[in-house]
Structures are given as structure tokens and as C-alpha cells.
Design a protein around this ligand. Structure first.
Ligand code: NAG
Ligand code: NAG
Ligand code: NAG
Ligand code: NAG
Ligand code: NAG
Ligand code: NAG
Ligand code: NAG
Length: 347
């Protein structure tokens, strides 16, 4: 099994997936029918409201409040998304297939008319729908996938299945550890932006530690290298401040000074929000703070919503306004985002 530290949360999620293998059809029926009744075809204008930036990527203003749908039920109903403005469906793989039972598969299997209706509902609620690609179980560079062809495959899928953006959850630890993964991501992102043609959003979801570019574990410079090369094509980063037991768990360690060496690795040092900004020079409005929704949604770094809300308030006072990402959607995710937003971005 490909299981390197830092352990990806997405591996943890795999365990949940097998526990929830309800046949896709019954799930989608259950979730979509009530929602669809309220939708009329005259509201299907979401596609036309995008703005196009000259650098080839669509624009969306921060803050971003992002939720990953990681279990089989497809896009969550708008009624359960209060507080969020971006939903990422997991996962589309580099080879163009979707993970079994995944929300991405559910979306792909819906009739086009139902996809359009859901999109219209989302647009009405101000929610963008993303397809998240790769994830921790798909290591495209290590497997020898061509970055340019892969980007074209992904872009075609995004267009065919009518999402607003592509989230690049690249977790090829093997290739990054060798220093070859960075160029793969750069080539991929360049082609993706080209193929998407300026009408789609692009986010990336690196682990926080990959912004430390000088440690021995990141010979290729990690995401600092990626950001230097193609940062202008990336709308924001859903930075994974998790799966790092005991790290990023206080406001100070999350925002100002990430503490310590994690499993004797350099990866956790100098990768708090403001350190990423200072050392990697990533703009503060692109560093979205990613956290698990519950203690069980990741291998560590959980903060409760009330406490996280105080950190968010501190960060906002220091001119950060990128937003919050949670892994993963459940019956408590909306409560969590509302708590985390309550002081700085109240609804
Ligand atoms: C596509 O990639 C996924 C993830 O790496 C893999 O599990 C699956 O077997 C591949 N499918 C095909 C048809 O190659
Ligand atoms: C693209 O360029 C525009 C105009 O310079 C800028 O506002 C926007 O933030 C850039 N897009 C991204 C994704 O960085
Ligand atoms: C980092 O800080 C947390 C919270 O104070 C603490 O539990 C943990 O032991 C620290 N980690 C290291 C490696 O110092
Ligand atoms: C990254 O990690 C190395 C090794 O632990 C450390 O010396 C360096 O200061 C860290 N910070 C940055 C911003 O590279
Ligand atoms: C939330 O976390 C903070 C900081 O760890 C703690 O002091 C507080 O008791 C927690 N609140 C709840 C409701 O668990
Ligand atoms: C959320 O769902 C879990 C089971 O997945 C259940 O145990 C829990 O009671 C539910 N919580 C709420 C607030 O509905
Ligand atoms: C979604 O909202 C409905 C209506 O409030 C509620 O019954 C259901 O439990 C919610 N589902 C989740 C997953 O939050």
C-alpha cells in the first residue's frame, strides 16, 4: 500500500467509503427528487455569470468557504450547505475514471437535465461546483501519466459534466519526494488552464508542509516552486492544515509559527498561514485554511468550530481573508462552518 507520512486524510476517507456503499441510484434518487421539484429551467444561467481573467482562469472573489463531498451521494442539497460557497466533488482520476461510489461518479451518472437543475440551484445559492482530481490514491507522476494529456482529459470531463472549476488535490508524495512532482504539476496546470479556456476556476489542495521549500524532503521546492511558476493560474489553495498530529492546533501554530518537526521530518516547520505568506510569498487571499470537520475526519489537527472561529478572527484582523475549507461534508459541516465564520464572516 502506498502509505507515506504525512498520512493523507483522503486515505482515511477511503475507510468510510466502503462502509457506505449504498447503490448509487437509490442515493441519488433520494437526494435529488425533492430538490428538483423547486427548480425551473429559467434559472439555468449560472454558466453565463463567470468572468474571464486575461491570464486564462475565471475569477471569484474571496473569501472561499469550501466543503468536500467525499462519500457516494453526489452533490449535497443546497439546504445543507448554509455557510459554504464552494463544493468539491471527489474524485476524478488522472485516467479519466471516477472513484467507485464517489460523488464524482454520482454526478457523472446523472442525466444531463438533472445536472443542469442542480447547477441552477447552486448558482441561485451562490455556490460553485468543482470536480476534485487525483486524491491520495492516485499518483499520476509516479505512474507515468503524461501531464499534458492528463490535463486535456480532465478539462474535457469538466466541460462535459458542467462544473465551475477543477480542484487539483495532488498527493503524489513519491514524485514530490524525488523532486520531479513539481514540474508535473506545473505542466498539468498550464495545460489545464489552456484547455479550460478561461471560463473555469482552478484551486489546488496541497498539504501545508509542501510550502516549506528548503528541507531535504522537498528537493524540487514543493509548492513554492509550483506557485512561482503557475500561481497566476490558480485561484486559491485549499491548504491542508491537518493530518499532522498535534500541529496546527492552536491559533498561534496555525497562523503565526507552525511548531516542531513532525515525525522527524522538516515538513511542518514554517508553514503556518502567515509563514507561507512570508516565505513562499503566496498572497494572503489565496491561503484557504483547511481543517477536518470532526476529530474523525482526519489523522489529527482538529480544532472545534468555536476555537477555530477565534483564529479566523485573528487572521482577518491581520488582513487575511482567503476563507476556510473543510473535509468532509456531513450532517455537522454546516454547523461547523457557521461557528468558524461567526466572528469574522458572520452570515
Ligand atoms: C484509473 O486510476 C485509478 C486510480 O489510480 C485506478 O484505481 C483505476 O484502476 C484506473 N482505471 C483504469 C481503467 O485504468
Ligand atoms: C489573473 O489576472 C487577474 C488580472 O491581473 C488577477 O486579478 C487574477 O487574480 C489572476 N488570476 C489568478 C487565478 O491569479
Ligand atoms: C506543537 O504544539 C502542540 C500544541 O501546543 C503540542 O501538543 C505539540 O507537542 C507541539 N509539537 C512539537 C513537535 O513541538
Ligand atoms: C523548512 O525546513 C527546513 C528544515 O527543517 C528549515 O531549516 C527551514 O527553515 C524551513 N522553512 C522554510 C521556510 O523553508
Ligand atoms: C474548543 O477548543 C478550545 C481550545 O482547545 C477549548 O478550550 C474549548 O473547551 C473547546 N470547546 C468545546 C465546546 O469543546
Ligand atoms: C449525524 O449522523 C450521524 C451518523 O452518521 C449520527 O450518529 C448523528 O447523530 C447525526 N448528528 C446530527 C446532529 O444529526
Ligand atoms: C439535510 O437537511 C435536512 C433538512 O433539514 C435534514 O433532514 C438532513 O438530515 C440533512 N442532511 C445532512 C447530511 O445534513
Amino acid at each position: 500500500m502506498r502509505f507515506f507520512p504525512p498520512y493523507s486524510l483522503l486515505i482515511v476517507a477511503g475507510a468510510f467509503r466502503s462502509a457506505s456503499c449504498i447503490p448509487l441510484d437509490s442515493r441519488t434518487q433520494e437526494l435529488y427528487n425533492p430538490a428538483l421539484a423547486a427548480v425551473t429551467s429559467s434559472t439555468t444561467t449560472g454558466m453565463n455569470t463567470r468572468q474571464t481573467a486575461t491570464n486564462g482562469t475565471a475569477t471569484m472573489a474571496p473569501p472561499y468557504f469550501v466543503i468536500y463531498a467525499a462519500e457516494g451521494e453526489g452533490p449535497p442539497p443546497v439546504a445543507n450547505l448554509t455557510g459554504f460557497n464552494v463544493v468539491c466533488l471527489t474524485f476524478l482520476y488522472a485516467n479519466g475514471t471516477t472513484a467507485q461510489w464517489s460523488p464524482a461518479a454520482a454526478w457523472q451518472n446523472l442525466p444531463a437535465s438533472q445536472r443542469a437543475s442542480v447547477k441552477a440551484e447552486y448558482a441561485k445559492a451562490g455556490i460553485k461546483l468543482f470536480i476534485s482530481v487525483f486524491g491520495s490514491l492516485d499518483w499520476p507522476a509516479t505512474e507515468g501519466a503524461d501531464p499534458t494529456n492528463t490535463a486535456t482529459t480532465i478539462a474535457n470531463w469538466a466541460k462535459q459534466y458542467d462544473v465551475d472549476g477543477v480542484d487539483v488535490d495532488y498527493e503524489d508524495f513519491g514524485a514530490i519526494g524525488k523532486g520531479t512532482g513539481e514540474q508535473w504539476v506545473i505542466d498539468f496546470t498550464t495545460q489545464l488552464s489552456k484547455d479550460l479556456g478561461g471560463n473555469y476556476l482552478i484551486s489546488h489542495s496541497p498539504i501545508a508542509g509542501w510550502f516549506n521549500a528548503t528541507g531535504p524532503g522537498l528537493p524540487g521546492g514543493g509548492y513554492r516552486t509550483v506557485d512561482k511558476a503557475v500561481g497566476s493560474l490558480i485561484n486559491w489553495y485549499n491548504v491542508q492544515f491537518y493530518n499532522a498530529p498535534y500541529l496546527y492546533t492552536t491559533c498561534d501554530h496555525l497562523l503565526a509559527e507552525s511548531n516542531g518537526t513532525w515525525a522527524n521530518s522538516h515538513l511542518a516547520s514554517q508553514t503556518s498561514v502567515f509563514e507561507i505568506h512570508e516565505y513562499a510569498q503566496v498572497p494572503l487571499d489565496k491561503i484557504v485554511i483547511g481543517k477536518p470537520v470532526t476529530l474523525h475526519d482526519a489523522g489529527g489537527s482538529y480544532m472545534n468550530g468555536t476555537y477555530l472561529g477565534t483564529c479566523i478572527q485573528q487572521a482577518k484582523q491581520d488582513d487575511w481573508n482567503a476563507g476556510i475549507m473543510f473535509w468532509q461534508y456531513s450532517n455537522v459541516s454546516s454547523t461547523m462552518i457557521q461557528e468558524a465564520r461567526s466572528l469574522a464572516f458572520p452570515l
